[in-house]
Design a protein around this ligand. Structure first.
Ligand SMILES: C[S@@+](CC[C@H](N)C(=O)[O-])C[C@H]1O[C@@H](n2cnc3c(N)ncnc32)[C@H](O)[C@@H]1O
Length: 333
């Protein structure tokens, strides 16, 4: 859809609401217009705006996935192709899902992955997250017997050990978005810091002071190594505290901005809000029908602290049917 620049956000919101926005593709911008990707041109036309027949490029991660599909189309039948799921590349490790319907095609899938990503050294199947540290179970199906690697993202490098720490490469765009929102000079609290992906990306772009808190000893060890690994690229400073957020944070002063990539099942909202002077970015998992209730709860918690706030809730990814990983951007007054 060809949309005047100033109307972009409004139209995009409407297209998403109508479920005809094609999030797998990238919009194209000119000086006066933005071309938004739509799934259903006929429906879009009825909204009264111009629909033009141009092919917008797939987002890079989707393009990679498409490339794998193209290779596998020669090896799998159409019924089997339906079971293919999205996969992730972390450093030189491919993390895939292998539904029972595709178990007998394991080696074809590995071969196709190696064709698309010749640098791979390990292919592992992902299991579920466990415990408070949110570590996933993996089973290695090809290559070296290791889950340690160095992953590059947003101009920084992270050393990870997937058998001991949490890491989600799909939050790359989210980390970039946050880094662009932050301003030089801010003091930032990062709760549940992990191996420091958020802290490092923000400190790479902005001259800020970040205090990060993490309980998992292995994540802290890797976090310290990651600060060293990126030292020359960082504009900002990072202090990493090993400890329980619920014991450490109450003793800290307030910060300009608080970021909480909250582990699933943990409620740290009131603690995070109590330490935020201007901004809070609070991550949680919320059923689509409860998003409005989640917003109202944040406003209510602000009131309890004698503060006024505005809240925008952004859906980031689908966690399971109808449940989304969301980020609440809270501006405090
Ligand atoms: C969802 S992960 C996010 C990690 C990191 N921010 C990232 O995005 O890669 C949550 C992190 O919180 C840590 N964690 C869990 N409970 C904690 C607590 N009570 N205090 C501090 N860290 C905790 C886990 O070890 C894990 O690294």
């Amino acid at each position: 859809m060809k949309v005047p620049r100033e109307k972009t956000e409004k139209v995009k919101k409407l297209l998403k609401k109508l479920e005809i926005y094609d999030g797998k593709r990238r919009p194209r911008r000119t000086e006066d217009f933005v071309f938004l990707p739509v799934l259903d041109p006929d429906k879009a036309q009825k909204l009264g705006l111009e629909v033009v027949g141009i092919d917008l490029p797939l987002r890079p991660e989707r393009q990679i996935y498409k490339n794998l599909e193209i290779v596998l189309q020669k090896k799998l039948n159409p019924e089997e192709m339906k079971y293919l799921r999205r996969y992730d590349i972390i450093g030189d490790i491919a993390i895939i899902q292998l539904p029972p319907e595709l178990k007998h095609r394991k080696m074809e899938i590995v071969e196709a992955l190696l064709t698309v990503h010749p640098f791979l050294k390990v292919v592992a199947v992902k299991g579920f997250h466990r415990g408070a540290f949110r570590i996933r179970d993996y089973s290695i199906i090809w290559g070296e017997r290791r889950l340690t690697t160095v992953h590059k993202e947003n101009g920084v490098e992270f050393k990870v050990d997937l058998s001991k720490v949490f890491f989600n490469p799909r939050m790359k765009g989210e980390r970039y978005r946050l880094a662009q929102t932050v301003e030089d000079g801010e003091r930032i609290l990062l709760m549940f810091a992990g191996v420091l992906p958020y802290a490092l990306v923000i400190a790479r772009y902005r001259n800020v002071e970040i205090t990060a808190v993490e309980l998992n000893e292995d994540a802290v060890r890797l976090g310290v190594e990651n600060i060293e690994l990126n030292r020359r690229k960082l504009k900002g400073k990072i202090e990493l505290i090993r400890g329980d957020v619920f014991e450490v944070v109450p003793k800290l002063p307030a910060f300009d901005r608080v970021i909480s990539p909250t582990p699933k099942g943990v409620d740290a909202l009131s603690l995070a809000l109590s330490k935020a002077e201007k901004w809070l970015h609070y991550y949680d998992f919320v059923h689509e029908k409860k998003i409005d209730g989640f917003r109202r709860r944040i406003i209510e918690e602000c009131r309890k602290l004698g503060r006024d706030c505005s809240v925008q809730v952004k859906k980031l990814s689908d966690y399971k049917p109808h449940v989304f990983k969301v980020c609440a951007d809270v501006e405090l007054r």
